[in-house]
Design a protein around this ligand. Structure first.
Ligand code: NAD
Length: 348
């Protein structure tokens, strides 16, 4: 059988070391993938390339699927976010972040199983900012009917395929009546006309945040515009053990880029303590996506085996420090590989 081709962008900071862990685990699980490595972000700049090199974008356009490590973005100055540019250029309009309790990771809550669906191309991330007068600056929040309808329909289709029951849209349409108003009107219409079997409700985002931290198990799928979705992704990561345990995907009609929710963690670069789990989880999500798109059940089976291996490692107390364990990046990777080799990783 022909191998599958995936673009790998190791990224910046802890990115290259955790990307390496994923490669090792995939090799052990005998996933038949040819990785096409390309750069982006500060590591591309260091090689004298553009921060988002055309060759990287062209490779993703060609192979249609990528696994990406985190890329750094300077705060308040310098170049614009590589991540935002990538999502816009490739029209990866749906960001998906599953947030699930992991057995063996102790947190305040048990049984959390929610999915964040975030509109990825508009809102305050339009990148339209200017100085109106000296000392007065402005950021433009953009919402178009086409993009609001597109993400609403995507979320309901996704809910139907995954047999999820309810979508909760979070918004601030009491204040931003036009932009957030349009966002929820599109969601309401999609629900009423096309997906009446999925329950739908709405919450003003500030009240929604309070309800989520009170009891996250009451939520199923959250639908949010760009900025709220970004903030909510980290908030919800905190409910299940932090940024080290939440995977993510940016999905368009033709292409998809999988990446962890966390950033390049400059404070721990080179210390050997970065948790590779979130990127590993994103990579298994990628295998599930490829299995579905390409109708390749073997990939799904391999994803299940890798998932089972890391879940068993965690249950056995083999954890990195951010999860209360003692292992470093390599130690955790070895623990996963051992469980793949000893056959204890079973389909789940
Ligand atoms: P961050 O996620 O990099 O770090 C926040 C905290 O979490 C830090 O203390 C860090 O050490 C810890 N952390 C993050 N990932 C970890 C892991 N895998 N294992 C153990 N600990 C981990 O967020 P930040 O500090 O706000 O951002 C740093 C850089 O990353 C910025 O330049 C930002 O723009 C970028 N960023 C990129 C992405 C992306 O590429 N998708 C996402 C978020 C932030």
């Amino acid at each position: 059988m022909a191998p599958h081709h995936v673009v790998l962008i190791p990224g910046d900071g802890i990115g290259p070391s955790i990307a390496d862990c994923v490669r090792k685990v995939f090799e052990k699980a005998e996933v038949d993938i040819v990785w096409h490595e390309h750069t982006a972000g500060v590591s591309a700049l260091a090689l004298g390339k553009d921060v988002m090199p055309d060759e990287t974008l062209e490779a993703i356009e060609h192979y249609k699927i990528a696994l990406k490590g985190p890329c750094s973005t300077p705060v308040g100055e310098g170049f614009r976010s590589v991540n935002v540019a990538l999502r816009k250029r490739l029209n990866l309009y749906a960001a998906v972040r599953p947030v699930k309790s992991l057995p063996g990771v102790r947190t305040r809550y048990e049984g959390v199983d929610l999915i964040i669906v975030r509109e990825n191309t508009e809102g305050l991330y339009s990148g339209v900012e200017n100085e109106v007068l000296p000392g007065v600056v402005m950021s433009m929040k953009v919402a178009s009917e086409a993009a609001c309808n597109r993400i609403a329909h995507w979320a309901f289709r996704f809910a139907t395929r995954r047999r999820r029951k309810r979508i909760t849209a979070m918004h601030k349409a009491n204040i931003m009546k036009l932009t957030d108003g349009l966002f929820i009107r599109c969601a309401r219409t999609a629900n009423k006309l096309d997906y009446p079997n999925i329950e739908y409700d709405e919450m003003i985002i500030d009240a929604g945040c309070m309800k989520i931290v009170q009891d996250p198990t009451k939520f199923d799928i959250l639908l949010l515009e760009n900025l709220y979705g970004d903030v909510m992704s980290d908030l919800c990561a905190g409910l299940v053990g932090g940024l080290g345990v939440v995977p993510g995907a940016n999905i368009g009609d033709q292409r998809a880029v999988f990446e962890a929710v966390h950033g390049s963690a400059p404070d721990i670069v080179g210390k050997g303590i970065a948790n590779p789990l979130a990127l590993m989880m994103s990579a298994t999500m990628m295998l599930d996506h490829m299995a579905e798109e390409l109708d390749k059940p073997t990939l799904q089976k391999q994803a299940a085996q890798i998932r089972s291996a890391y879940e068993r490692a965690i249950l056995d107390g083999q954890k990195t420090r951010d999860l209360g364990g003692e292992l470093g990046t390599d130690g955790f990777t070895e623990a996963v590989i051992e469980r793949l080799s000893d056959g204890s990783a079973r389909d789940c």
